[in-house]
Design a protein around this ligand. Structure first.
Ligand code: A2P
Length: 410
C-alpha cells in the first residue's frame, strides 16, 4: 500500500531566516544551512507549534506526496522556490496522512505550550499589520538618516538608520520587525534573501507624524566563532547614505507586542541591538506620558547589557530619561578593572523588585538580544519566583499562555 504524506515545507522565497521555527520545533524537525530553512519529513509530527509564531507565513506550506517520494532535506536546501503542487492519483494512494495518528489539518497549534516564551500577543495589544510587502512586491524606502550610536574607536559599530516611506503605507507597532534586501546576488548568483531587523521607534513614527521608521543595526565583521567575515546586509545598511533607496519587506511579528492598557508594567531585558524594540516601547510610553495619557501608567524596568558604556547603543539618550519614568540597569562585561557583568547578574541583584513584578498579572516581560542570555534570564526569573514563594512552573505556563513572556534572541 502506498502511503500519502502531507509534507510540511518552508517557502524559501518568503522566509526571512529568523530561526523562530527551528527554535520552537519540539522534535528538532527544522534545520537550516546558509541558504534555506527546511523541514525533515521523517521527524515532523505536524504538531503545528511553528505555524503561528512564523512572522512571514513562509512556514505554512504543504504538499501532498507519496511518502516514499517525500522531498529530502538535502533537496529542500537547494531550492529557490517551492515545487508546484502535484495532484496525486487518488486510486493509487491511501490517505494515511500523518504518522501522528490524526490528520495534520485537524491538529491545532497548542501555541502557548510550545517553546519557552509566548507565541501570542498580550490580549490588549493593538492589532498588527503583517506581510504587506514581500520579496516580489518590496516597498522602496528612502534613507533619511544614518548615525552611529556607539562611540568611535570601539569594536561595536552600531548605527541608527532612519527610513522614510514617503506616501507609502507601512504601518508598524512597537516590537515588530522588517526585512531589508541587500542589492546584488550571493555567491550562487541568486538575489540575497531579506535580513530581519527590529523596528526601534513607536507606532507613530521615528518622528511623530512622519511616515518613517528607525532600525538599530550592528556592522557584522566576525562570525559566531570570531573569524573575520563581512555581513552582507549589515554592512550594506550601516553604509547607507541619506537619499539611498532601500528594498523593504514586512512588517513582521504578531506576538512580541506591548500591552495597550493602563497600568501594565514592562520588564525589558536586552543586549546590544536587542535594545531596538525596547527603545520603541519606551518611547511609546514616553510620548503617551508627555500628553498625560493614562495608557502611560505602569512601571518600566530595563536591564541592558553591553561590552562597555561606549559600546551601548543610545547610552546618552537613555541617561536623559527621568528616573521616575524608567528604572534602568546597565550591565557592562568588558569595562577595564571591573568585574564582568551580564544582565542576569544585575537581575539577581534586583530580585526583590523583579519578584514584585512577577506577582503582578499586569507585568509583561520582553527579552531581546544574544541567544546565550535567554537561559540565564529564565533561570533568574525561575529562582526569583521560587525564592519569593511562587510556583515557577505554573507561573511560567501562565506567562506564556497570557502573552506575558516574549523572547526574541539570535
Ligand atoms: P561579552 O563581553 O562576554 O561578549 P555584543 O556586544 O557581542 O552584542 O554583546 C552584548 C553584551 O552581551 C556583551 O556585554 C556580551 O558580553 C554580553 N553577553 C554575551 N554572552 C552573554 C550571555 N550568555 N548572557 C548575557 N549576556 C551575554
Amino acid at each position: 500500500m502506498t502511503e500519502v504524506l502531507k509534507q510540511h515545507l518552508i517557502d524559501p522565497e518568503i522566509c526571512i531566516r529568523c530561526n523562530t521555527c527551528e527554535d520552537i520545533c519540539p522534535v528538532g524537525a527544522v534545520m537550516h544551512d546558509s541558504r534555506n530553512y527546511v523541514v525533515d519529513a521523517e521527524k515532523c509530527n505536524h504538531c503545528m507549534a511553528c505555524i503561528s509564531p512564523c512572522p512571514t507565513g513562509s512556514i505554512d506550506n504543504w504538499r501532498t506526496v507519496l511518502r516514499d517520494a517525500a522531498f529530502s532535506t538535502a533537496d529542500q536546501l537547494t531550492w529557490d522556490e517551492l515545487p508546484l503542487a502535484v495532484e496525486l492519483d487518488e486510486a493509487s494512494v491511501t490517505m494515511a496522512v500523518a504518522r501522528t495518528s490524526s490528520d495534520g489539518d485537524s491538529i491545532q497549534a497548542n501555541g502557548a505550550d510550545a517553546g519557552l516564551g509566548s507565541i501570542v500577543a498580550p490580549p490588549s495589544a493593538a492589532t498588527p499589520v503583517v506581510n504587506l510587502y514581500g520579496a516580489k512586491n518590496t516597498m522602496i524606502a528612502t534613507v533619511s538618516g544614518n548615525y552611529r550610536v556607539t562611540a568611535l574607536g570601539t569594536d561595536s559599530d552600531t548605527h541608527h538608520i532612519v527610513l522614510d516611506f514617503g506616501s507609502g503605507n507601512f504601518p508598524v507597532l512597537e516590537g515588530q520587525s522588517l526585512g531589508i534586501i541587500a542589492p546584488g546576488v550571493d555567491v550562487n548568483g541568486r538575489a540575497h534573501h531579506a535580513r530581519q531587523y527590529s523596528i526601534a521607534n513607536p507606532r507613530d513614527g521615528e518622528r511623530p507624524g512622519y511616515n518613517n521608521v528607525s532600525l538599530t543595526v550592528k556592522r557584522v565583521t566576525v562570525d559566531y566563532v570570531g573569524n573575520p567575515v563581512l555581513g552582507i546586509a549589515s554592512n550594506y545598511v550601516c553604509d547607507l547614505k541619506k537619499g539611498d533607496a532601500v528594498q523593504v519587506v514586512g512588517p513582521f511579528g504578531a506576538s512580541f507586542l506591548m500591552p495597550n492598557h493602563a497600568g501594565s508594567h514592562l520588564l525589558m531585558i536586552c543586549t546590544g541591538t536587542g535594545s531596538a524594540p525596547m527603545r520603541a516601547m519606551t518611547e511609546r510610553r514616553r510620548r503617551l506620558r508627555a500628553t498625560g495619557d493614562t495608557l502611560a501608567d505602569g512601571r518600566l524596568m530595563l536591564f541592558f547589557g553591553a561590552r562597555s558604556q561606549k559600546e551601548l547603543p543610545y547610552f546618552g539618550p537613555l541617561m536623559n530619561l527621568p528616573k521616575d519614568f524608567i528604572d534602568i540597569n546597565f550591565a557592562f562585561s568588558r569595562t577595564p578593572n571591573e568585574p564582568k557583568r551580564y544582565v542576569q547578574d544585575l537581575m539577581r541583584e534586583r530580585a526583590a523588585d523583579i519578584a514584585t513584578l512577577l506577582k503582578d498579572v499586569n507585568s509583561y516581560i520582553y527579552v531581546c538580544g544574544l541567544k546565550g542570555m535567554e537561559a540565564g534570564v529564565l533561570e533568574v526569573l525561575r529562582d526569583t519566583a521560587i525564592a519569593h514563594g511562587m510556583d515557577w512552573q505554573a507561573l511560567h505556563a501562565e506567562l506564556k499562555r497570557d502573552g506575558r513572556l516574549h523572547l526574541e534572541t539570535y
